[in-house]
Design a binder for this molecule. Structure first.
Ligand SMILES: Nc1ncnc2c1ncn2[C@@H]1O[C@H](COP(=O)(O)OP(=O)(O)O)[C@@H](O)[C@H]1O
Ligand SMILES: [Mg+2]
Length: 147
């Protein structure tokens, strides 16, 4: 599908948090955000900005050991980390498809591990390390975004 493409250069963790906050202000119920990028690329940092903007009941933490963190806020936030998934069926067993229809926002770290289950019209972020403080973030969005 044809998506709008943006490039954002983040110069600090705070920049990445601020980006998450600005994008979160444009979310609609049932939006899905696929966060691509290596360890320490800033996927969880971005999610922290989302959680703050949506007045989540807790700050975002890495769900690496739990697979999913759920926060309530202006919209419910479902934060998946698929790093440890060996087979995509594992996430389906946890009811992944139902989370796509709960009128919340679904954020997914390591979406490549469940590639077949990522909706085509998701918002994609591709985060990459440039140097200690800098990340390049390529955004592909099905809608126009204000950054
Ligand atoms: N511009 C930046 N944006 C985001 N994180 C950054 C940036 N510069 C340095 N960092 C550091 O990189 C790490 C990112 O961690 P995290 O968000 O947990 O990554 P991931 O979830 O992708 O593994 C943090 O230690 C953060 O302080
Ligand atoms: Mg993470």
């Amino acid at each position: 599908m044809n998506k709008n493409r943006y490039i954002f250069i983040s110069k600090s963790p705070g920049d990445t948090v601020a980006l998450g906050s600005r994008i979160a202000s444009q979310f609609r119920p049932n939006d899905v955000v696929a966060l691509y990028g290596d360890l320490a690329a800033g996927k969880t940092t971005f999610t922290q900005g989302v959680c703050t903007r949506l007045h989540a009941d807790q700050p975002a933490t890495s769900p690496t050991f739990t697979l999913i963190n759920e926060y309530s806020g202006d919209l419910p936030i479902f934060h998946f980390d698929c790093y440890r998934i060996k087979h995509p069926d594992e996430i389906i067993m946890l009811g992944f498809d139902e989370y796509l229809e709960k009128d919340g926002v679904v954020l997914i770290e390591w979406p490549e591990n469940i590639a077949a289950h990522i909706p085509e019209d998701c918002l994609e972020l591709h985060l990459s390390y440039v140097d200690d403080h800098t990340r390049e973030i390529v955004i592909r969005s099905p809608r126009e975004l204000e950054l």
